[in-house]
Design a protein around this ligand. Structure first.
Ligand code: XMP
Length: 607
């Protein structure tokens, strides 16, 4: 290993990535490892951190990980579940009990410990656990206890250490921002106890990556698909530095599912970046819309878009005579490793960046993925260093299947399964808030208990503060089984003859959605909110609410960190008034709604 590095064992999806990013922020390289990775995969690391987990250490859950890591002569630190596993492994006791959730005060015990250098006495830490350590094995000592809310019953053994074994544990989560000096504690472990030198900076990464890619590519040329998204753009610019613009072939495919003016803007951007010597463009709208004609089922639409993409890619690569080149891909780190989160998300919605032909090329060693070690924030940092414009680097994420997952289709038959039962429930749950609640006779995709759901949205009509609306939405999503999405009606206030409309993927409907989406994006930018909101899909739902047979536009602004979870973002009243004014007059539109659903139980996209 060129740089000192820490391995982070992923016992539970989200936490491990958070830990790895915190370590990397110290300029020390960190990699995720799976609990069952053979011990050889830990070679060369200067320390290991065990993440938290939804599993219960007291019950022996997820206990079949590679225990040989404990034989390695490097420091190991565990958080929450990891802390309990360390206690257990060395003869301590873990019980199911002492459950806590929230902020607590950390009190140091005994002689000052280097893990707490720079951490004030009584500092705030974040607890979230069912199990607790109640006794320690030989050589271990308690170095801290905590008190929930500052005055609760002391939680003993919340921080433990065996300096002779170099094994340590924190019951709380230092990786979350609610643990105020969590970064300091991680730094004390990584740079102090493990002795890692902070050499992994973006400058050294860039210099090393360019050199290593030069060796890998030799005199070959590279072919890269560019969507205009941040990953493929940064990848193109980096590869341009490696082989020069003559040997870099870029292909932008307009699948007909792009935003308004998008393809032209993407081509302009690559020209501005000086990467236009072999910039190819293909308008494949006809291929995609032809293949999608008449299809209404969400998963089949996704599969068709994915398959058409591969067919167009193969055809164009042959036509351009570049099928012998290396294939560059902007795959980033979280996409390359299996975690609980990504393993499952595949079954919720099919993603299409690892299709068979590309996997075959990877096996043949014909694919290079220069961003495969980086997290999104690091890709953006690299992009800035490479001189890519701010707007391109901070664009909202846009799904591969594009507007295809935002343009709902329907046979026009009302999807009434369960609606009769749900309607009185939803109306009764909305009434205490002074809202009219109505179940829509269509369905959209969501995620419940990590599984795909395909259920009805409820729409609420009435004026209410944001906080009260959130309460109403929370109550309906919690209590009405069969509802996975809650909308707030922005107009018209009286619904007549609510029914689905027959609708498929046509150019006209896509143009309408493009227009609506552009109005929403312009509104966000005008109000200085584009950078504040993580993503804001606009969906076109073939649902008539006014008896006139026109469609419903749904705006879905969200806040999120990594798209695994999300909450609805609060848009100001002035912007909502403008959206009402500009969207409700679009020909073909008569309804407007604001999606207030968090994820889970909704997904960010409607399909
Ligand atoms: P969901 O709807 O699953 O979306 O909550 C999570 C994030 O992923 C994006 N998304 C996709 N991105 N190909 C992509 O490249 C896809 O098929 C796809 N489906 C969803 C979505 O926009 C959100 O940011």
């Amino acid at each position: 290993m060129q740089h000192d590095a820490i391995a982070v064992i992923d016992f539970g999806g989200q936490y491990a990535h958070l830990i790895a990013t915190k370590v990397r922020r110290l300029c020390v390289y960190a990699e995720i490892r799976q609990p069952d990775d053979p011990v050889e995969k830990f070679e060369g690391f200067k320390g290991i951190i065990l993440s938290g987990s939804p599993a219960l250490a007291s019950q022996g859950e997820d206990d079949d990980y590679t225990k040989e890591i404990f034989d390695l002569d490097i420091p190991i630190l565990g958080f929450c579940f990891g802390h309990q596993e360390i206690a257990k492994h060395y003869g301590g006791t873990v019980i199911n009990g002492g459950r806590e959730w929230g902020r607590a005060q950390l009190h140091k015990v005994g002689e000052a410990h280097p893990l707490f250098d720079g951490v004030p006495e009584g500092d705030q830490v974040f607890m979230s656990h069912f199990d607790s350590v109640t006794a320690l094995g030989p050589t271990f000592r308690e170095i801290g206890y905590t008190q929930l809310g500052g005055s609760g019953t002391p939680h003993r053994f919340a921080a433990l250490a065996s300096d002779s074994l170099r094994r340590y544990g924190f019951q709380y989560h230092p990786e979350v921002d609610d643990t105020l000096h969590g970064g300091q504690m991680i730094s004390n472990f990584v740079t102090g106890i493990c002795g890692c030198k902070p050499s992994w900076t973006m400058d050294t990464y860039l210099a090393e990556q360019v050199e290593s890619l030069k060796r890998q590519v030799g005199d070959q040329s590279i072919f890269l698909l560019v969507s205009g998204g941040v990953d493929s753009t940064v990848c193109a610019k980096l590869l341009g530095q490696v082989v020069g613009p003559q040997r870099l072939h870029l292909l932008h495919v307009d699948n007909g599912l792009m935003r308004k003016g998008e393809s032209a803007a993407v081509l302009d951007m690559f020209r501005d970046l000086g990467l236009d010597q072999n910039l190819h463009f293909i308008d494949a709208t006809d291929d995609f819309l032809g293949a999608l004609a008449g299809e209404v089922e969400p998963e089949r639409k996704r599969a068709i878009i994915g398959n058409t993409f591969v067919a167009v890619f193969e055809r164009e690569a042959r036509r351009l005579g570049i099928d012998g080149h290396l294939l560059g891909q902007g795959t980033i780190y979280p996409d390359t490793i299996e975690t609980g989160g990504t393993k499952r998300s595949d079954t919720i919605k099919t993603h299409h960046n690892r299709v068979p032909i590309i996997e075959e090329m990877i096996r043949a060693g014909r694919v290079i993925e220069p961003l495969a070690e980086l997290y999104k924030v690091e890709v953006r940092e690299l992009g800035e260093r490479l001189g890519i414009a701010h707007d391109a680097i901070w664009r909202h994420p846009f799904p591969g299947p594009g507007l295809g997952v935002r343009l709902l289709c329907s046979t026009g038959g009302a999807d009434l399964a369960g609606v009769d039962l749900l309607q009185p429930q939803v109306a009764a749950l909305a009434a205490p808030f002074g809202l009219d609640g109505r179940v829509l006779p269509i369905r959209s995709v969501g995620v419940k208990a990590d599984l795909r759901s395909y259920e009805h949205p409820a729409i609420l009509t009435g004026d209410l503060s944001w906080d009260r609306l959130q309460e109403a939405v929370g109550s309906i999503l919690k209590n009405a089984q069969g509802i996975n999405r809650c909308l707030w009606n922005l107009g018209p206030q009286t619904y007549r003859d609510v029914r689905p409309l027959p609708a498929t993927m046509t150019r006209e409907r896509l143009d309408l959605l493009r227009e609506a989406d552009a109005i929403v994006m312009d509104g966000l930018k005008r109000h200085g909110l584009y950078d504040q909101v993580w993503q804001c899909p606009t969906a076109l739902v073939p649902m008539s609410v006014d008896g006139a047979g026109r469609e419903l536009v749904v705006v879905r602004p969200i806040q999120s960190e990594r798209a695994m979870t999300a909450t609805a973002a609060n848009l100001p009243a002035a912007l909502l008034a403008e959206l009402r004014r500009d969207l409700l007059v679009l020909p073909g539109v008569s309804g407007l709604a604001y999606d207030l659903t968090s994820k889970p139980p909704g997904t960010i996209e409607w399909e």
